[in-house]
Structure formats: C-alpha cells, structure tokens
Design a binder for this molecule. Structure first.
Ligand SMILES: [Zn+2]
Length: 460
C-alpha cells in the first residue's frame, strides 16, 4: 500500500469518467502507477493541474511491432495482382534479416508513436522467435526480452502474447522457408512461455497470455492442449481474416474458422478473435454471446484487402470489440476508430452505424466500447479513470480551434472524425508523463535509432 506521502495528485480540468463527463476531477496516483482515488469536484494544494480534456488511454490489443519497419514496402503492383498472400511474402522477406537489436529499435519507435496517438497499453502478438536459420537463440526468450525492453524504455503497458506457430498451413503442412523463425512444437513453446513469464515479471504491470497464431498454424489437438496448459490468461488467435483461409478451413476442418472455434473450443471471455472478418450472421451472433472480444484492426484490414467486419449485427447482439494496429502501417488510435465506422457506413450505406440508441454519439460509442474490449482482451486493469486502474491518461488540447464550441460527447466526435491524433497533447502512462506537447520524451533518440536501423535494412 502507498502512504499518503507517496501519492501524486492531478487535477483534471475536464475528464471522461465511467459515470460520464466531469469537471475539476482530483486523481491520486500511487507510486505503483495505479490510480488510488478519483474525486470529482475535489481540490488539493500541490496537485498538478492538467488543462484540457482527459480520457482513459486506449488499449492497442493487436500489434506485430516489427512490421512498422516495412511501412511503404508493399505498395507496388506485382506481376499477378496483389493480395494479403503476396503482402505476406514481402513481410517474410523483410523479417528474414531482422536481428534482436533491429526488433528492439523498431518496436521502441512503434511504441513511441502509439503513446503519442493515445494508445497506452499494447498487446504484442509475438511470433518472431528464432534466428534467421530457424534456430532458437541461446536465450529462447531473446526476442521477447527485446519487446519487453522496448515497452520499458517507452513506458507503454504490455501484454505479451507469445505465439504458438507449428505448421505452414492447414492439415499440418510443413513451414515454408519464410516461416522458419516462428516455429515451435508445443514442448518448446512451453519452455518459451516459462522464459517469457520471467521476462515479463520484470516489467511493472506487464501481463502474459498465449497466441496460437491461427487455425492454419496449429493443429486442433495442440490448440486444446495449449488452452488447457495456460488456463489463466488471455488467448488470442487470428481468425477468418481472408476468404481463402475460410475456404481452406472448411476443406480441412469441415467448418468455418469462427464456427469451428465456437463449436470446439468453448470460446469465452478469455478469448480474443483477431479480425473475425468473415462471419455469417449466425457466427456473428454466437461470437457476441460468447463474451469474447473481436480484435478489430481496421487500418490493417483495409491495407491488406481483408474485407469488412459484420459490425452492425455484432453490436446489435451486444458483441464486444477492441482495436489493434496490427501491421502498424499507420499508428493512429482515432484513425482506427474512424476507419471502423467508415467501413461500416460503406458496407451498410448508412451513417452512425456503430451505435445502438437514438442520439448516441458515435465517437463516444466507439471510444468507450474499444476501451472496455481492449481492457478485457489484454487482461489488465486499464480503460477507465477509476480507482484500482493503471494511471493511463490522455489529455486533449481544449484550445484547438476544431474544439471551439464543442462539449461533452461531441469532443470525442471531433477527435474520431475530424482532427484525430493532432488533439493529443499530453499522455500519462502508468503514472508517468511520457508525452508532453504532443511528443514522447525519448522520441529523438528512439527515432534516430529507428532511422539508422531501417536505412540499413533498406540496403539489404
Ligand atoms: Zn496480426
């Protein structure tokens, strides 16, 4: 327990609390980085005044940090037309040369950008485990330790999700050369998890879960075994991102991916189905009822030509969702939410789709649902300005011209649909101020390292 003397106090001019908007909110933070008390209308001498609009930090529930370094590399037309599958070949070539130092440098830069846009916790779906020849490093958790180091260096909260990846495709297909750095059978994965648990234990507040990569990459028996061995944390899996994957799943397992997972795995609140793009209405309703989270990555799903999530049906069935930056081609929390709503508008030829009641603000609906879904999927006390939660506070610039005349939920509508990340002025993560005046405190040094790394990689 923290004594009174160890508490830091902030006075939030205006804040979004679980109960709604409030003004003059005193927030006390312990030296453990957790919120000890929230008092609307409170006052305290010596409290740091946070001018602006304070929001809970947004969880980023799905990230492959290293892919940030390939932004712009896969935007040229190939000889036979491009798809997710040709993009994947570019991605495999890119990662084939990455060293642990490279991964740490790229992850740190990606995490800086996340914090600057209002993401305060990341779920790292971590599958780049081994050396370029596919051999484990002397420390099997070498790459995991680099992710943890990037999290610690930047201050972003971490749920590390080591990925179980054994096969190259459905039916136990052998891995192709591009996949050899990912591969573990279950026994070695258990060792990797043990080591990762020790690594994560050194990062304040960090958690661990498992990420069976997809139904392509693990067998049904393995998936059951892994979910049983690691029964106490979140389970993330890519599902139904591409129609070819759905077709292959039907051919191999006799059911569509989400259908199979619902029927065979007892999907519940522990689970986060990444993408869940291609679902029938029945799968959509059943996934919603399961209590699992759909891990939506709207910018990446657009970038990769995946398809459009069945949002309207899912929300009507009270489905839970969060957002992830996945390929990190653009790291921007408001833009993810905007793309989610706009894809639904294009699909439905309607407006304000991701809402359920008349008069509801779409910005508020998207923001608060993604907070709750992200917190559940990352199994952390995050996503709300409330006692017992990690002190993750995003402060928007109330003096921005775009916010003139705006109040209440309209502030979130401007954030999501108009001004976007340009409104973010200050970010506190785990009780530490990591972004001031819109920039991360270590941006310069981390960006320099990133530039050097990506420039060298570009030369091949
Ligand atoms: Zn992914």
């Amino acid at each position: 327990m923290s004594s009174e003397a160890e508490l830091r106090a902030y006075l939030l001019e205006k804040a979004l609390l679980p109960s709604g908007w409030a003004e003059g909110v005193l927030v006390e933070v312990g030296d453990d980085g957790m919120i000890a008390r929230v008092m609307p209308g409170g006052a305290q001498a010596g409290a740091e005044r946070l001018a602006g609009i304070a929001l809970p930090g947004m969880p980023n529930l799905h990230c492959h940090a290293f892919q940030r370094g390939m932004a712009g590399l896969a935007e040229r037309r190939g000889p036979v037309g491009d798809s997710f599958w040709t993009w994947r070949e570019v991605m495999y070539r890119f990662l084939s040369q990455l060293t642990p130092d490279d991964v740490e440098a790229i992850a740190a830069y990606a995490y800086v950008e996340m914090l600057e846009t209002g993401f305060t916790t990341v779920g790292e779906f971590h599958y780049l485990h081994h050396d370029p020849a596919g051999r484990p490093y002397a420390d099997i958790g070498e790459m995991a330790s680099r992710i943890a180091a990037a999290s610690a260096a930047t201050g972003i909260g971490l749920t590390l999700l080591p990925s179980l990846y054994t096969y190259g495709g459905f039916g136990g297909a052998p891995p192709n050369p591009g996949q050899i750095r990912f591969i573990n059978a279950t026994d070695r994965f258990v060792g990797l998890m043990e080591r990762s648990r020790a690594i994560v234990a050194k990062v304040p507040g960090a958690r661990i879960g498992i990420a069976p990569h997809s139904l392509r990459a693990v067998s049904p028996e393995q998936l059951r075994e892994a979910a049983a061995i690691f029964a106490d944390g979140p389970v993330h899996i890519h599902a139904a991102e591409q129609t070819r994957e759905v077709d292959d799943c039907v051919a191999s397992l006799g059911a569509r991916p989400v259908q199979w997972l619902l029927d065979e795995m007892g999907i519940d609140k522990r689970w986060c189905l990444i993408h869940a793009t291609h679902m029938t209405d029945d799968e959509t309703a059943r996934l919603a009822q399961s209590g699992a989270v759909a891990g939506l990555c709207p910018l990446t799903e657009g970038s990769l030509g995946d398809g459009i999530f069945n949002g309207e049906t899912y929300l009507a069935a009270s489905g839970r969702f969060g957002i992830g930056t996945d390929s990190n081609i653009q790291i921007d929390a408001p833009a993810e939410l905007r793309q989610l709503e706009y894809s639904q508008r294009l699909k439905s030829r309607a407006r304000n789709v991701m809402t359920t009641t008349e008069g509801e603000s779409t910005g508020r609906s998207l923001y608060t649902r993604a907070l709750a879904g992200g917190a559940q999927a990352l199994a952390q006390p995050i996503g709300a300005l409330a006692a017992g939660q990690r002190a993750d506070i995003v402060v928007l610039d109330a003096d921005h011209p775009d916010l003139a005349g705006a109040s209440g939920d309209m502030l979130l509508d401007v954030l999501v649909f108009s001004t976007g990340r340009g409104l973010v002025r200050k970010v506190i993560a785990g009780g530490n101020t990591v972004v001031s005046e819109g920039g991360h405190h270590a941006r310069e040094a981390i960006a320099q390292e990133y530039r050097a790394t990506v420039s060298r990689l570009a030369k091949g």
